[in-house]
Design a protein around this ligand. Structure first.
Ligand SMILES: Nc1ncnc2c1ncn2[C@@H]1O[C@H](COP(=O)(O)OP(=O)(O)O)[C@@H](O)[C@H]1O
Ligand SMILES: [Mg+2]
Length: 265
């Protein structure tokens, strides 16, 4: 593949917290437009990888290339404006504001440069775009009827949907999702998977997910992280049959007291 096939490349990323090496030289390549799952046992470093990509933690060495530019060390808002967004498991919603306002604030954050540096005329057009964009997002989320309702009046399931939607506001090109179906019922998870297909069309998604049925349903490519390093990366059938991956998972399930050695689906 040519270099431009990759939207994101991590090259030997090392991250230490004090004396603990949490990322021990992570190499990871994400193809443009693909849905890529990052899996691995608890404590492997998956969330830390997301922190590094989104600028919340600065690795001591290595490179983080987004569209061929090194973004290592840039602050989170600068990375967001370049088109990398992250969905949070914990609520990032403004309770006292309406559903539509929440989406618009998220989109504004993603486009802040556009608003501060453009002419008033262009700014006006951009604002109109944002309104249209947030309406389209609301429709996709099935929240059109709630657009003017305060967020704290929504039932939990709709709050989760809106949180997911926030990550797609401002038309990011790469979206990081940390366990988007955690704590959901089977039906809710299925709905979220369908939604991710719609919302993610034309975008690159990097998903941390424990539910293997979700992983194998959505992912074009899977990378496996264990003890701060990528131990396997490939298309789903390759990962499914990788002996090293099976070993790591068997160990993790046994440690967690889960069904020991449960095979990947
Ligand atoms: N600030 C920190 N200091 C020391 N250890 C940390 C710190 N942050 C995370 N860790 C450890 O780093 C490892 C990776 O954490 P994390 O990235 O959250 O893993 P995952 O998301 O794969 O479960 C864990 O063992 C965690 O306890
Ligand atoms: Mg995690």
């Amino acid at each position: 593949m040519t270099p431009h096939t990759w939207i994101l490349e991590l090259e030997h990323v090392i991250y230490r917290a004090g004396a603990t090496e949490i990322l021990a030289g992570v190499d990871l390549r994400i193809g443009r437009g693909e849905t890529h799952a990052l899996i691995g046992p608890n404590g492997a470093g998956k969330s830390t990888v997301f922190d590094v990509i989104s600028g919340r933690r600065r690795p001591q060495s290595g490179r983080v290339l987004f569209n061929d530019r090194d973004i290592r060390g840039l602050p989170p808002h600068a990375i967001r404006r370049r088109g990398v967004s992250r969905a949070f498991q914990l609520s990032a919603l403004f309770d006292g504001m309406s559903v539509a306002e929440n989406l618009r604030v998220a989109a504004l954050g993603a486009h802040a440069t556009r608003f501060s540096s453009d002419t008033p005329w262009r700014r006006l057009h951009a604002r109109a775009d944002l309104g249209g964009e947030s309406d389209r997002l609301l429709d996709m989320l099935g929240l059109g009827a709630r657009r003017d309702d305060r967020v704290d009046s929504l039932p939990y399931a709709q709050r989760r949907l809106l949180e997911l939607g926030l990550a797609f506001a401002g038309d990011p090109s790469l979206v990081l999702l940390d366990e988007p179906t955690a704590g959901m019922s089977r039906d809710e998870a299925r709905h979220t998977v369908a939604l991710l297909r719609t919302l993610g069309a034309g975008k690159t998604l990097l998903i941390v997910e424990h539910d293997m049925s979700v992983v194998f349903e959505l992912a074009h490519h899977i990378s496996v992280l264990a003890q701060g390093a990528v131990i396997a990366s490939g298309e789903p059938p390759v990962i499914r049959n990788d002996a090293g991956v099976r070993r790591v998972y068997a160990g993790a399930f046994a440690e967690a007291g889960d069904e020991a050695g449960r095979p990947l689906p």
